[in-house]
Design a protein around this ligand. Structure first.
Ligand SMILES: [Zn+2]
Length: 114
């Protein structure tokens, strides 16, 4: 199973919205900061989302939930009871493309791609 290591929880998107300064004052952007405790000594920036875009806060929360989603996908991929191949008459050696186990494995593989 592909293995991706992430910075441990918690990740957070509740940080202050930051005005990201640019050389041209008129081009300054308001950003939502996503943080985690990377160094072990407090919050560090993981990513910024430009706050002006539709659903920017939602996207920031989605990024901040990455460690929990990763663990959920690993749990599905490792759970033989999550396999639904037999409901579609598939008894091949590997899972078919509609099986939750296959979907979880493929998503984990894409996330681990370098
Ligand atoms: Zn399956």
């Amino acid at each position: 199973m592909p293995h991706t290591t992430l910075i441990p929880e918690p990740w957070d998107d509740e940080g202050f919205t930051i005005l990201y300064a640019t050389a041209d004052e008129g081009a300054a952007m308001t950003m939502i900061e996503i943080r985690a405790n990377v160094t072990g000594s407090g919050w560090n920036t993981i990513a910024f989302i430009e706050a002006i875009w539709p659903d920017a806060r939602l996207h920031a929360r989605l990024i901040a939930s990455a460690p929990r989603m990763l663990e959920a996908l690993r749990a599905i991929a490792a759970d033989p009871d999550a396999c639904t191949c037999h409901t579609r008459g598939w008894y091949g050696e590997l899972h078919d493309t509609q099986c939750p186990v296959r979907i979880a494995l493929d998503t984990l593989s894409q996330a681990a791609r370098t």
